[in-house]
Design a protein around this ligand. Structure first.
Ligand SMILES: Nc1ncnc2c1ncn2[C@@H]1O[C@H](COP(=O)(O)OP(=O)(O)OP(=O)(O)O)[C@@H](O)[C@H]1O
Ligand SMILES: [Mg+2]
Length: 516
């Protein structure tokens, strides 16, 4: 008897300028009906590609797919959808100008017999699905105005709306905070209890142990292991994912903070009618990692954009060392050592349609050694990119491959390579390990700790509370645009406490922002 879903001997090779990239090499997966099946593997292992083939988005070169005992050919997404297969993608594909509900029903809008969209019906249907998931979303808001976490929910709603029986989630929690992850995991349990089957891609060990029944591990396009989750420990799981044991704790030595490198004084930022940042002041000192904890959409993004010069503050001042930078351009600030890993790596952090080398030199092409008498030295550009590929272990065969063809984790590595190689004094890191496999995330932690040791400073914006707990010397909690708590290592802080401040359930009295 065949399993509910069987993909056997799946091969897929991409070609870039004559170079062959074998994404899948005889990959297999067998999924039982009504289970949650984890699909794991390091960055670039082929997870997204295998699932895109199942969702009819990519075409396999070889192999067979059996769904419910029948061999199926999936030549396009509508064929897969007609069979009841739906996929929540790793990267968003929403239309900014459309509202939440318009995005959710796009292509399958409820219409009257004359073909007119039945708005009332549409609203009711979407609201019902949102309610079932416990997602709080303004259905009439334009997607362009939403935070990454909210967009992720729209993507999920879009797939749930057509009620598929097999659902694929490709790293659905990377931009969600703890509480939101909990609610998504509940939705998945609920879907499972309704008899649906789920394939779940994630790099997060805790989640995999919590919700999956079985796992399949890919490495370099091949299936290397498969088995029941209840026989696995966290260590074993990490070993399966990256092929080696990686210590899960992060070693951090105690050290005293040095002089002030960045100061924000009474910053106010308006976004449309809303006061996104409300009188925020803090300072960052050399040799520190300071985390900003907050639920997506509480002003942290606008605050970061004002510090970087992408957004004009309504009032307030920003200093780098003792120089005021409030009216400098982003490039001038960058030249002074202020670098940035943005949360949105596709639309802000990189340019998918430019190649890897161009993405790396975008902040330095106008300076020596890249520019000579106004001309860009292409050889130096590609040499530098090749160096980055080796140093940061980017899985790319050529320096002229488009960044859009890299796997999610390798796009992130490319951005990190550019920012770190700019030798920042201050790094603003937003969800910096999002989408990275366990080994790469560990590498990034080492890089951040090294910056700290070298008396630089990292402002860490992260929804991953474990990351905050293991890296941060201090935590600033932001809620509705205000700093509501300042937690320092000396007093100690717990996950629960941070959570309460983030949700606005608690607020510190007389917040002290100076560091002794
Ligand atoms: N459209 C494409 N063109 C060329 N190469 C591609 C394309 N899509 C994926 N690849 C390559 O196929 C390989 C597998 O990529 P895939 O996105 O499936 O990895 P992944 O396991 O999902 O990784 P991650 O955890 O980083 O998301 C990578 O080397 C990637 O660069
Ligand atoms: Mg992927």
């Amino acid at each position: 008897m065949r399993s509910y879903l069987e993909m056997t001997g799946i091969c897929k090779t991409y070609e870039i300028y004559g170079t062959q990239i074998k994404a899948l090499d005889q990959a297999n997966i067998q999924v039982k009906k009504g289970t949650v099946h984890g699909l794991l593997g390091e960055n670039g292992a082929g997870k997204s590609t295998l699932m895109k083939i199942l969702a009819g988005i990519e075409k396999k070169d070889a192999g067979t797919i059996y769904f419910k005992g029948q061999e199926v050919e999936l030549n396009n997404a509508s064929q897969a959808a007609a069979l009841g297969i739906g996929m929540v993608h790793q990267h968003f594909s929403l239309i900014d100008e459309f509202t939440v509900e318009e995005n959710v029903v796009l292509g399958i809008e409820p219409t009257s017999f004359l073909g007119v969209i039945n708005t009332k019906q549409m609203r009711e249907n979407v609201a019902k699905v949102a309610e079932k998931c416990g997602f709080e979303l303004d259905l009439e808001a334009k997607v362009g105005s939403l935070s990454m976490g909210q967009r992720q929910k729209v993507e999920i709603l879009r797939v749930l709306y057509s009620d598929p029986e097999l659902l694929i989630f490709d790293e659905p929690t990377s931009v969600l905070v703890d509480q939101e992850i909990e609610s998504l995991l509940k939705v998945i349990s609920l879907l499972k209890s309704q008899g649906k089957t789920i394939i779940y891609i994630s790099h997060k060990v805790e989640e995999i142990l919590k919700i999956t029944d079985e796992v399949t591990v890919l490495r370099a396009g091949k299936t290397v292991e498969t088995g029941a989750t209840n026989k696995l420990s966290a260590e074993k799981l990490v070993h399966m994912m990256v092929g080696k044991y990686i210590p899960l704790e992060v070693p951090k030595e105690l050290q005293k903070a040095g002089k002030v490198l960045l100061e924000v004084r009474n910053l106010n930022v308006r976004k449309g009618m809303v006061k996104a940042v409300n009188n925020v002041s803090f300072e960052l000192r050399a040799g520190e990692i300071v985390a900003v904890a907050g639920i997506n959409g509480n002003g942290q993004q606008e605050m970061v954009e004002a510090i970087l010069g992408f957004r004009k503050p309504e009032s307030g001042q920003i200093f780098l060392g003792d120089k005021e930078i409030t009216s400098l351009t982003p490039r001038e600030r960058r030249q002074m050592g202020l670098c940035y890993v943005p949360e949105d790596r596709i639309q802000v952090g990189s340019c998918s349609t430019a190649n890897l080398a161009e993405n790396i030199v975008v902040d330095r092409y106008f300076k020596a050694p890249l520019a000579r008498r106004g001309w860009l030295n292409l050889k130096t550009m590609h040499d530098q990119a090749r160096e980055m590929i080796t140093k940061y272990n980017i899985k790319a065969t050529r320096t002229d491959c488009l960044v859009g063809t890299l796997s999610g984790g390798h796009i992130q590595r490319t951005i990190i390579a550019r920012e770190i190689s700019a030798d920042p004094k201050i790094l603003i890191a937003c969800e910096i390990t999002m989408g990275l496999d366990v080994e790469s995330a560990r590498y990034v932690y080492d890089v951040l700790l090294e910056m700290r040791k070298m008396q630089k400073v990292v402002l860490l914006l992260s929804s991953n509370i474990n990351e905050v707990m293991s890296l941060a010397d201090r935590v600033l909690v932001i809620h509705e645009g205000k700093i509501v708590a300042h937690l320092t290592g000396k007093e100690g802080f717990s996950k629960e406490e941070i959570g309460e401040y983030m949700l606005g359930l608690k607020r510190q009295n007389g917040i002290k922002l100076e560091v002794s």
